[in-house]
Write a protein that binds this ligand. Structure first.
Ligand SMILES: Cc1cc2nc3c(=O)[nH]c(=O)nc-3n(C[C@H](O)[C@H](O)[C@H](O)COP(=O)(O)O)c2cc1C
Length: 265
């Protein structure tokens, strides 16, 4: 297989990533049902997912493709993200150490005890596969949306998808043709996320500047945005991440991924 690729210019690369938008409204059939990807497009994005690099050669992830309308509807309910029903494709992207354990068993070996490592490498592999899939979809002219809302209904999702022990949903991922006019969403200034040789602890001033830059991402219905307020709703005292914490701990315990003496045990 050829290794040659026509190099893109830096401007091409920037333009490709600047065209990224999270999109939640998709082109559908007139009755509102999803328009599936053509087979060759679906095959290409799944191929991209599987070409992701993987730690220890293990491919510690699984993607569950959601096709049945009633299952899509159930996931809408469990994740509170309506666009799972209308996207051309919807996946639940999971960390998966079940398969590697089974490979060891069927070849006459015994899986070791490493639940924290499972979460670390499983989520890493899952994210890399999902990111490849989304980028490939964007190369084909689609847009998509990661859905961390799986955390709202983790237990129900594990049941609905019959996930065995060792498999943990990370997020859902939808893709389709955009039916919305989506704004370009800002990012914090580069020095806050790209460090050279040692971690740079941001100053108060730098952080206030970042908030100013990020404020538009929280704008709704013509009202100016307040990014710190949005972050507070997620990560502040009484925020939604605090509500998700016990849900994740319970799922880790249910899936056999809680390290002794830590989460869920
Ligand atoms: C792991 C992850 C989980 C996300 N969860 C949700 C979600 O549950 N619902 C949603 O509408 N968007 C979700 N998003 C999309 C983000 O809101 C979006 O990426 C962010 O606002 C930046 O916008 P952009 O991707 O258009 O640049 C998620 C993104 C990621 C990476």
């Amino acid at each position: 297989m050829s290794l040659s690729r026509t190099p893109q210019t830096p401007a091409d690369v920037r333009a490709f990533y600047d065209a990224h938008r999270t999109v939640r409204q998709y082109v559908t059939a007139p009755d509102g049902s999803p328009i599936p990807l053509p087979d060759d497009h679906l095959d290409a994005v799944l191929h991209a997912a599987q070409r992701a690099p993987t730690d220890a050669t293990a491919q510690l992830y699984s993607l569950v493709r959601i096709t049945r309308p009633e299952l899509r509807a159930r996931l809408v309910e469990l994740t509170t993200n309506a666009h799972i029903a209308t996207a051309s494709e919807a996946f639940v992207v999971c960390a998966d150490v079940h398969r590697v354990s089974r490979v060891l068993e069927v070849t006459g070996r015994q899986p070791g005890e490493w639940p924290a490592i499972a979460v670390h490498f499983g989520l890493g592999d899952a994210v890399m596969a999902g990111t490849n899939l989304l980028t490939a979809a964007e190369m084909l002219g689609y847009q998509g949306c990661w859905i961390g809302g799986v955390m709202n209904g983790l237990d129900g999702i594990i049941t609905a998808l019959a996930l065995p022990a060792g498999v943990l949903p990370f997020a859902a991922l939808t893709i389709g043709r955009s039916a919305e006019d989506t704004p370009y969403r800002p990012r914090v200034p580069r020095p806050l996320v790209i460090h050279t040789d040692a971690y740079h602890v941001a100053t108060d001033q730098e952080l206030r500047g970042a908030v100013e830059i990020m404020n538009p991402i929280a704008a709704r219905g013509g009202q100016p945005g307040d990014w710190a307020r949005l972050l507070n709703a997620y990560f502040g005292t009484g925020g939604s991440m605090g509500t998700r914490e016990p849900v994740l701990r319970a799922a880790l315990a249910r899936q056999g991924l809680a390290a002794p003496g830590s989460a869920g045990t």
